[in-house]
Design a protein around this ligand. Structure first.
Ligand code: ZN
Ligand code: ZN
Length: 305
């Protein structure tokens, strides 16, 4: 039997149809992430820095070391540029074969600090910016070296403007935390963060990392909060990779647009690409999820370290 579930953050219906995934965990191999390519020909690997546009930011290696720990370069094939916006690539680590789940907490922290620094550098210059990560072929990544991206735009996208209207009432994310920040939807909780699979997940194993306090902007985060988030993010990704064997995924870091004076609640959404939206999902704009989020959360909990 199918079940209609209301997404009260994005204001839409989602259909949960678990019977369509009689083999829910037997996803096809090509939906998985496998590190590919040869580091000698990877433009993001150390030694090949000349193959990317000149860097706009980097975190250097320890004293006495050469090299870098995180690098930010303009995208060679940008979606936007000039007055329309910026498109940067954040090279997350020199290690071609690392994943967020296998990195040290310190390395994940450097990535989060880079997100914060780069977002702050755009404030006042563009109304909107989005940090995101595409991993694996189904996630839309063209290179396998661990990287994320940041796009700033000269306008606030329609979908974001629609979401902002929801905040004119009660914060939907605070409501989500109140209703689902416990079993069966809970994955893990730390002092300041809750990780859960929302009941209205549009995709199998969709997982949200939420600050429990009502905080509007990621880039205002303190060092202490980012330290805690680094561990929570690392643990979550390690559990996901164990639970569904290295899926392709998208990570979306949602934060209040710079230009608007609205309410918001920042969050990280992790969306594994284990199924492909098809004609109905595109046509009706109603996502169909074949894995019950409560089952996904339970599987994630079992795969925590
Ligand atoms: Zn590489
Ligand atoms: Zn809130």
């Amino acid at each position: 039997m199918s079940e209609f579930r209301r997404d009260y953050v994005k204001e839409r219906w989602v259909i949960l149809a678990p019977h369509r995934g009689e083999r829910p965990l037997q996803f096809s191999e090509d939906l998985k992430y496998r590190p590919r390519g040869n580091p000698t020909s990877c433009p993001f690997c150390p030694g090949n820095e000349g193959e990317t546009p000149p860097e706009v930011f980097s975190i250097p290696g320890e004293e006495g070391e050469t090299g870098w720990k995180v690098r930010v370069v303009p995208n060679k094939y940008p979606i936007v540029e000039g007055q329309d916006g910026v498109h940067w690539v954040i090279i997350e680590t020199p290690d071609h074969y690392a994943t967020v789940g296998t990195m040290s907490r310190e390395q994940v922290l450097l990535i989060l600090k880079t997100y914060r620094e780069r977002l702050l550098s755009l404030k006042g210059k563009f109304p909107f910016a989005l940090v995101f990560k595409n991993r694996g072929p189904e996630g839309g990544a063209s290179l396998s070296h661990p990287h994320s991206q940041l796009i700033a735009l000269r306008m606030v996208p329609d979908a974001v403007q629609r979401e902002l209207k929801v905040y004119e009432g009660r914060c939907p994310v605070c409501l989500l935390l109140e209703r689902e920040g416990k079993k069966p939807n809970l994955v893990l909780a730390s002092e300041n963060f809750t990780v859960l699979c929302p009941s209205f997940s549009a995709f199998p194993f969709e997982t949200w990392i939420l600050p429990r306090k009502h905080l509007l902007s990621f880039e205002e985060s303190s060092d202490e909060i980012l330290e805690e988030l680094a561990e929570v993010y690392r643990k979550t990704m390690a559990a996901l990779d164990r639970a569904v064997d290295f899926p392709s995924y998208n990570m979306i870091l949602r934060s209040k647009p710079f230009s608007v004076n609205s309410d918001y609640h920042w969050r990280m959404e992790i969306v594994p690409r284990l199924t492909k939206p098809a004609g109905f999902e595109w046509g009706a704009e109603v996502p169909v999820n074949i894995v019950a989020p409560e089952r996904a959360a339970e599987t994630m909990r079992r795969h925590l370290e």
